[in-house]
Design a protein around this ligand. Structure first.
Ligand SMILES: Nc1nc2c(ncn2[C@@H]2O[C@H](COP(=O)(O)OP(=O)(O)OP(=O)(O)O)[C@@H](O)[C@H]2O)c(=O)[nH]1
Ligand SMILES: [Mg+2]
Length: 665
């Protein structure tokens, strides 16, 4: 059977979960329509999701349409949970991007559409909530074409929008404006189609246009736009027909070697680990041993697949499907299963978290329990980037925002019985390398206390390039384990640069390498004092790297958001000075009738303060949109972060040692 793994994506509250519920109902999986507001949906199952009426975790449900199994993945829309969306992008064959007919294109809609286009994920757009007061599907369609993607085509029209009686009609071969638009769009992209049409205008019958529409949609070159209401069901039949007709299905090879991706980790009722895997090729049966990430031969002890609305035990899962697998003890999000699939599961599509905070147990005795609980949460959400500082044993997590913080707090109490408070949230800065720096320590030459020679050169790399590690020495000059030790340590050390912040992008070249081979005395026992070990390389590498980094120099950068703020014209006089006090830099202010649109940049750490101050500054009449933009150099003195990793030396001692070395050469 063919499968389609379909993601439902949107800005918060656009109606993803309601649409998922409606689809399940209309295809016959559920008898009763679940409601977000009643806490009765299939996908918002966490107690916290039901209480708050927002989706926090992505969830998979499934139904059969004609001969296709559709695995539907409902995702959260709140930007604090963008990491959940990121994880599912690598396993999607198609997406429905939901836009509210009332609120229109929102910041997250833009971020998501950009990413869907970049990843070439075939997408249908659904303008939802046409029944709600204020709905204006025509205006929203125009905004979609202007702000999201120009390659759109409206697949139908809405009558009586903004009323309970809103209903939708689907365009067909007799709607000339529709067929003209198809012709225009498709011949503009396809030279063969254009040539045929130029030669003979009757050579493109409607059926051929429809087929071309499916092909182009399948290649993510055209985005058909539907409209309707998840609540009343208007327009949803057309969307279902569009999913079947226009989105590409896959039929993986069940006999090929196993190849899949772990895209989520859950815990079962007994606390056992469950890996959600999208299988691109092959078949996994119970009791099979599979390779997961770097771990060979993990034993699969149970398999569940989502089938026709329910999650059922199965003896195997085949290519194309999504399954929950038990027994993969070491599985982590993004790990390949078997042969790594072409689509990597760990690619970064969105900005990383820009905030961090220290988590403090309410009862000091809970510290160990808290650490264990956070380790489990970090498995499900690796971007919280859990770390413990060595001296005070304080635990820090990275965050996207305050809502995520509240969710972590509630989860720790509800699921683990650990009450926590947080220190003030602070901004995660990064360090960028300024120039090129080199350092070397030679074996048996003071002050090098380790049995290893390591020389490293560090150079800047473009933003987003990541850390690259190259060998400037012969690969055969040392055992591979020593090179691995150096590379791993380089990556770990760069998590904290000269000021304690991560160095995300740079090129590190190993310029010198040397070791003492395994040596024994006459009585034959291995003598550690005469033979290099991987530990020597692990201990020496941070010293050399930090010395090279000190020579190259780094500059601390802070995350900056772009903001778009609509305000009544008469508050501008008090608003602009308040923005300046919040370190926001307005770059553009334009009048829009009685209101003004102010756009500019603001440090990420002050977005929350701006949100809090706005109601008072604007009589509650403002609309604020913010989105991560870039890192920019910090003005004034660079903030320093305390060290938390397992560095062999205390930070101050460490930098003094580095300084002595740099100065002494
Ligand atoms: N009138 C109307 N209300 C809708 C429609 N779709 C959703 N809603 C309401 O909008 C609110 C948000 O709906 P959800 O389905 O939770 O939206 P969501 O996109 O899943 O939200 P998050 O997952 O939290 O991002 C709820 O109160 C729904 O009842 C619709 O078509 N018409
Ligand atoms: Mg939802």
């Amino acid at each position: 059977m063919k499968t389609l793994n379909l993601g439902i994506l949107a800005h918060v509250d656009a109606g993803k979960t309601s649409l998922t519920e409606r689809l399940l109902h209309d295809v016959g999986v559920t008898d009763q329509l679940g409601r977000v507001d009643a806490g009765s949906t299939q996908t918002d199952t966490l107690a916290l999701e039901r209480q708050r009426g927002i989706t926090i975790r992505s969830a998979v449900v499934s139904f059969v349409l004609d001969d296709v199994t559709v695995n539907l993945i409902d995702t959260p829309g709140h930007p604090d949970f963008i990491a959940e969306v990121e994880r599912v992008l690598g396993v999607l064959d198609g997406a429905v991007l939901v836009v509210s007919a009332v609120e229109g294109v929102q910041p997250q809609t833009r971020v998501l559409m950009r990413t869907l286009c970049r990843l070439r994920i075939p997408t249908l757009i659904f303008i939802n909530k046409v029944d709600r007061a204020g709905a204006d599907p025509e205006r929203v369609f125009q905004a979609v074409a202007e702000k999201l993607t120009p390659t759109v085509v409206a697949m139908g029209a809405v009558a009586m929008p903004g009323t309970r009686g809103a209903h939708c009609t689907t365009y067909g071969p007799t709607d000339l404006a529709f067929t003209d638009r198809l012709l225009d769009l498709l011949t503009g992209q396809d030279d063969v189609l254009l040539a045929d049409w130029v030669a003979d205008t009757s050579s493109l019958p409607y059926s051929r246009l429809r087929a071309a529409l499916a092909t182009r949609t399948g290649r993510a070159l055209v985005q058909p736009v539907y409209a309707g209401s998840a609540i009343t069901g208007a327009g949803v039949d057309a969307l279902i027909a569009g999913i079947t007709e226009l989105l590409p299905t896959v039929q993986g090879d069940a006999d090929a070697p196993v190849s899949g991706t772990v895209f989520a980790i859950e815990r079962g009722p007994a606390g056992e680990k469950i890996a959600l895997v999208r299988l691109f090729a092959g078949t996994i049966r119970i009791r099979d041993r599979v390779r997961v990430g770097a771990v060979d031969a993990e034993l699969v002890t149970a398999v569940r697949v989502v089938a026709h609305g329910a999650d059922v035990m199965a003896s195997a899962v085949e290519a194309g499907h999504i399954a929950r697998l038990w027994g993969l003890k070491h599985a982590r999000i993004g790990d390949p299963v078997g042969v790594p699939p072409e689509r990597a599961g760990t690619d970064r599509h969105f900005a990383p978290p820009t905030l961090e905070t220290v988590v403090v147990p309410t009862r000091p005795a809970d510290r160990v329990a808290l650490h264990a609980a956070l380790i489990q949460l970090a498995e499900q959400d690796p971007l919280i980037n859990l770390r413990q500082d060595d001296r005070q044993h304080e635990i820090t997590v990275s965050l996207y925002g305050e809502v995520q913080k509240e969710v972590i707090q509630a989860t720790l109490v509800d699921d683990f019985g650990v009450g926590v408070t947080f220190r003030e949230t602070s901004t995660v800065h990064v360090e960028r390398v300024c120039g090129v720096g080199e350092a070397v320590e030679v074996i048996a030459v003071a002050p090098n206390p380790f049995l290893a020679t390591v020389g490293l050169r560090i150079a800047p790399a473009p933003t987003g390039a990541g850390v690259t590690f190259r060998l400037g020495v012969e690969l055969g000059s040392m055992p591979p384990a020593f090179f691995t030790a150096v590379e791993e340590t380089v990556r770990r050390t760069l998590r904290q640069g000269l000021h304690g912040w991560q160095v995300p992008d740079c090129e590190v070249t190993m310029t010198h390498a040397g070791y003492w081979a395994r040596q024994s005395h006459s009585h034959g026992t291995f003598d550690k004092s005469m033979s290099s070990t991987a530990g020597d390389f692990r201990n020496l590498t941070p010293l050399v790297l930090m010395a090279a980094l000190a020579r190259a120099g780094t500059r601390v950068h802070e995350p900056v958001h772009r903001f778009r703020l609509e305000v009544p014209g008469d508050v501008l006089g008090t608003l602009l000075p308040a923005l300046t006090r919040l370190d926001a830099v307005p770059t553009d202010t334009t009048g829009q009738g009685a209101s003004y649109l102010v756009q500019g940049e603001i440090p990420a750490g002050l977005v929350h303060a701006l949100e809090r101050r706005l109601p008072a500054l604007t009589r509650g009449e403002s609309v604020l949109e913010t989105e991560f933009d870039c890192y920019r150099p910090v003005r004034g003195p660079a903030p320093v972060r305390t060290r938390w990793d397992n560095n062999p030396l205390d930070r101050k001692e460490y930098l003094l040692a580095v300084a002595r070395r740099v100065g002494g050469r």
